[in-house]
Design a protein around this ligand. Structure first.
Ligand SMILES: N[C@@H](CCC(=O)N[C@@H](CSS)C(=O)NCC(=O)O)C(=O)O
Ligand SMILES: [Fe+2]
Length: 257
């Protein structure tokens, strides 16, 4: 396949899945209504290899069933970071779909089969996904890029018209600002961005949109730090269970409610 055909084909795969709900496509946006988490399924329909980004423990049976129904093989289950608001589904998915390799950044300090360094890639079929180190919400936050599709998964680093909070784990507002400006806002303007959460019903944004309209990150760094210091958000309800569990890939002896 020529590079042009390859690009057209990857657009067809992606748009077919998320914008036109065509039959027999592999890419899906999945949602966990309890934690408002988006989980992303990406697939190469030729090789049938698929990956999941940010799966949620309680939704692992749903995700595994869908992957089986679509005739896909889950190769990697990736986390953008060590989540504080839900337990990752990566460990459970390894049990449900043997052969799945769990992935997180080396800097996260969490257990996984594979630890990524900055700019390291994993492949699924003919595609590759690259981990960009974007600390600030946590030290180990990664933004995952699929350059061939012009898309990036920003986890909690950059949310739609917002960003991840910086008041727990290893949060640091100046670090987050630098990550977004140096690693995400430097991507091509037309890259489509997909966050780990949205609390207002939005599902995607773009580099150009966030550079123009993000109410926090369009400010200078000192104003940004001030905004972040005054968010006054309640702590995530699950944090005391989720962080220890996620340090163990979601397979920790989770305390009963
Ligand atoms: N209420 C929710 C948690 C909401 C929250 O704190 N979200 C995080 C991302 S999950 S670590 C965040 O960074 N929010 C930023 C913002 O501006 O909302 C719960 O109890 O789980
Ligand atoms: Fe988070």
């Amino acid at each position: 396949m020529s590079p042009v055909e390859l690009r057209q084909d990857s657009r067809r795969v992606l748009h077919g899945a998320w914008n036109r709900s065509r039959k027999s496509t592999g890419n899906r946006l999945l949602f966990d209504e309890k934690s408002w988490t988006y989980t992303y399924l990406l697939a190469d329909l030729t090789s049938k290899e698929a990956i999941l980004i940010d799966p949620v423990l309680e939704q692992a049976p749903r995700d595994a069933k869908l992957i089986q129904e679509l005739g896909l093989k889950l190769t990697y289950a990736l986390n953008t970071h060590m989540h504080a608001d839900h337990i990752t589904g990566t460990g459970y998915l390894k049990q449900l779909l043997p052969g799945t390799v769990s992935v997180i950044s080396e800097a996260s300090g969490a257990k996984a089969d594979k630890h990524l360094k900055d700019n390291e890639v994993v492949k699924f079929g003919r595609f590759e996904i690259k981990g960009l180190s974007t600390p600030g919400h946590t030290n180990g936050c990664m933004t995952y890029l699929v350059d061939e599709m012009g898309i990036a998964f920003t986890g909690d680093t950059l949310l739609i018209r917002g960003c991840g909070r910086t008041d727990f784990q290893e949060g640091d507002s100046r670090t987050l600002y630098k990550s977004v400006h140096e690693r995400i806002f430097t991507l091509p303007d037309n890259y489509r961005l997909f966050p780990a959460h949205d609390y207002k019903g939005n599902m995607e944004t773009s580099v150009a949109e966030e550079k123009q309209y993000n109410p926090r990150l369009t400010k200078d760094v000192d104003a940004f730090v001030e905004i972040m210091a005054n968010l006054n958000l309640p702590y995530p309800k699950m944090i005391d269970k989720a962080v220890p569990a996620n340090r163990e890939c979601g397979l920790y002896d989770i305390p009963k409610e």
